[in-house]
Design a protein around this ligand. Structure first.
Ligand SMILES: C[S@@+](CC[C@H](N)C(=O)[O-])C[C@H]1O[C@@H](n2cnc3c(N)ncnc32)[C@H](O)[C@@H]1O
Length: 178
């Protein structure tokens, strides 16, 4: 149920504010903007970092090819339990840390991330971006501020951005060519 997921998200935010980084799960408009750049006809290996209660995960599974696989990497054990309840055979829930990504998933067509990288120490963000670059040619990231934009532009070849006003709070979706 949407309400119970929001409640669970708020509880986890109160326990781990820096790690969860938002008071509620992403809304429909933001999720649609995040998945839009993905070519679902071609993508067979998709990775999601920081899926939380799974609003992006569910839409990815709806849009993905029947033979595609979705590996989600989530550091929070309670969120992992909820994600496993989705019960789709294409979904692999990994209870792990995105900064160890290449050891968890060696290759992907695309990485999509809800990680609150603006809250992370610089070194952790840099380590995560390096790990993404090792495994995928394309990376999508949302944030509630533009604070990480400079880091993304410095690290990657091409970065485009889309502001999503129809989300509370408004958000920015970056599409990155690694
Ligand atoms: C802003 S929430 C986004 C949740 C969900 N994607 C959404 O859009 O509603 C950030 C998520 O990243 C997870 N997270 C934070 N640090 C992480 C890390 N190092 N590795 C994996 N997941 C992490 C948090 O537990 C949380 O679920």
């Amino acid at each position: 149920m949407a309400g119970s997921k929001t409640l669970s998200f708020i509880k986890q935010f109160l326990k781990h504010p820096g790690q969860v980084g938002a008071l509620t799960p992403s809304g429909k408009g933001l999720v649609n903007a995040m998945v839009k750049p993905i070519d679902f006809d071609k993508a067979r290996e998709i990775v999601e970092l920081g899926p939380g209660t799974g609003p992006v995960t569910r839409v990815l599974l709806k849009r993905m090819h029947p033979d595609a696989r979705l590996n989600v990497v989530e550091i929070n054990a309670e969120f992992c339990e909820q994600l496993r309840e989705i019960g789709d055979k294409r979904l692999n829930v990994i209870h792990g840390d995105a900064s160890k990504l290449s050891k968890l998933v060696p290759k992907a067509d695309c990485v999509i991330s809800g990680l609150p990288i603006v809250n992370f120490p610089k070194e952790l963000t840099a380590a995560i971006l390096d790990e993404i670059a090792k495994i995928a040619p394309m990376y999508i990231q949302f944030n509630y501020s533009t604070l990480a934009e400079k880091v993304l532009r410095k690290r990657f070849k091409k970065v485009t951005r889309k502001v999503v006003l129809l989300n509370v709070p408004p958000a920015v979706v970056y599409t990155v060519t690694v």
